[in-house]
Write a protein that binds this ligand. Structure first.
Ligand code: HEM
Length: 98
């Protein structure tokens, strides 16, 4: 059963385009991770003001392995640039088999 982990990123002011540019530049950087099944960057409209990074993994362990591997400085998502995100909230789900 796959799991979904959503990272909700708070992005101040007009920083959305810069965030999208950084994701576009790294969109294949997770492709080869064991158990990684894909991600989407969801731009907020209509009331919500956070970007959601929707990620899918084969198992929770696969997600944890990836997260632990790039902990600390290794969340070097932004290549040493100032982060644009001012906050991040994690949500986890199991995909219901219907
Ligand atoms: C659910 C899994 C994920 C977690 C827990 C996570 C965590 C975070 C956190 C805490 C931030 C804000 C801190 C920062 O700006 O450096 C962030 C930003 C970012 N993440 Fe992730 N992330 C996840 C998935 C991904 C994936 C799959 C990608 C694909 C490339 C990615 C690329 C980025 C980029 C480009 C930023 C923007 C950095 C910036 O603000 O300049 N993330 N992520």
């Amino acid at each position: 059963m796959s799991i979904v982990v959503i990272n909700a990123l708070s992005i101040p002011g007009e920083a959305g385009p810069e965030l999208e540019k950084r994701f576009a530049a790294r969109k294949h950087s997770v492709d080869q991770e064991p158990g990684f099944e894909g991600f989407q960057l969801l731009r907020p409209v209509n009331g919500e003001d956070r970007y959601f990074v929707y990620t899918q993994w084969a198992t929770r362990e696969d997600f944890e392995n990836w997260r632990d591997k790039r902990s600390g400085a290794a969340h070097a998502h932004n290549d040493g640039k100032q982060p644009v995100a001012s906050g991040a909230d994690l949500m986890e789900f199991e995909v219901v088999e219907l």
